[in-house]
Design a binder for this molecule. Sequence first.
Ligand code: FAD
Length: 471
Amino acid sequence: MPAELPRTLLDALAHALPSGALLTTPADCLPYGYDNSKRDHPPQAVALPTAHPEVEALVQLCRRYRVPVTARGRGSNTTGASVPIDGGLVLSFERMNRILAINATDRYAVVEPGVLNGDLQTALAPHGFFWAPDPTSAPYSSIGGNLACNAGGLRTVKYGACRDNLLALRAVDGRGRGFRAGAAVTKNATGFDLARLLVGSEGTLALITEATLRLTPRAAARRGLRALYADVESAAAAVARLMAQAVLPAALEFMDGAALALVRARGAAVPDGAGAMLLFDAEGAADGIDAHVAALAEAARGPGLLEVAAARDQAELDSLWAARRALSPALRSVAPDKINEDVVVPVSRLPELVAAVAELGAAHRITTVCFGHAGNGNLHVNLMFDRSDPAQAVAAERCLDAVFDQVLALGGLLSGEHGIGIAKREHMARALDPVTLDLMRRIKAEFDPDGILNPGKLLPAADTAAPPSGR
Ligand SMILES: Cc1cc2nc3c(=O)[nH]c(=O)nc-3n(C[C@H](O)[C@H](O)[C@H](O)COP(=O)(O)OP(=O)(O)OC[C@H]3O[C@@H](n4cnc5c(N)ncnc54)[C@H](O)[C@@H]3O)c2cc1C
């Protein structure tokens, strides 16, 4: 892209927006050029629309001038998905942040994409409902960004991720055409499911301007449990047992010994000697909760168990989960250069993945820290290294490659919730077969014939061959 957008385009963009809603100075555009992947590239302009028709007009104008359009929620994604790598226009949804309706009878909410996940949950609480996707970033990530990444969180194991909790969307395609997909109904056999197709498409197919979300009633009772194991293999085997019985936990989180050491050093009350920990919740009716706790505790029992206990009250429950919440900040402070992947495998293969990551870390001399949403087989594999040491940086990349090989060999996929963005784009040809990739590219071309929506993300260039494994 040239350094500046044509003056005629800038004038037309400004005309399509409310006063003061087009930013063009480098200083104003700077904060819209980076995301939580630590990558950055400045856009040439930033639009802050307030309504759907403005988004249609902006995309039509950018299409006329073949200028890239990158949607932005709050930039909390970890894959570079919202970095405007080719410049152009960033379309930030921060001013489209109204909750338009909460309908308790039909169990749905209608929101604009810039509503923060946490703000929606707060608004739903008095109605006795919640929206199931609950990324740890809920206080500062947007519903539009959540949907575009198919975000999940602790509760996904029982209640599903974004794709499972969406009823309908309003959006704008790459030609600047507005359309609606789905409706506020919980059954729908009326043609292709375009609403869910957009979930996880990372702003490459269309821009979401309104979402109708499926709501879930809050459970009357919740009890948390903690199980400590001698080693990661025993804990991983317990995850498979917990998921193979009838009482589904409302969260099921895993932390390996290295993760436990980190939170212990930060003051979390985790006994010495434990090599791995599971945290899980029982949820249900007040008169059935004891039976749920008993069933989950029973499933947690097995070889390598050191102790399993349920929280007696809210304070104990909060302190159980405090250790999990302390982990991400602790990791960041000890290794700012870590690679954090969110691979996913069938739950029954989790023990093999956990063992393989430990072996690969040792073979490549890279410290690994693993934790994550074990009930979904979704493991956050952290490779800790110092980027200023070239040998360590190379070893970390090789180790990551080998981890991906292992994940794919176990029947898993590259990402369970963070998405692909730039970070894993070149690995897509390893994970998906050529026909699948070809179909995805054709769908992209139909939605966005000029390739202006978030170019360079998610789908690898057409001539990309699968990189050799063990690179
Ligand atoms: C500390 C921390 C914890 C996290 N924990 C979790 C977790 O538990 N689970 C999880 O899944 N993720 C987690 N994340 C990742 C991140 O928060 C999620 O991916 C989140 O959904 C991104 O939302 P956002 O509003 O920041 O979107 P952005 O990062 O701004 O954008 C993400 C993608 O969505 C696209 N997009 C944004 N808005 C729209 C729109 N209206 N229409 C079309 N495309 C759009 C962008 O172009 C981009 O491709 C975490 C991140 C951090 C920093």
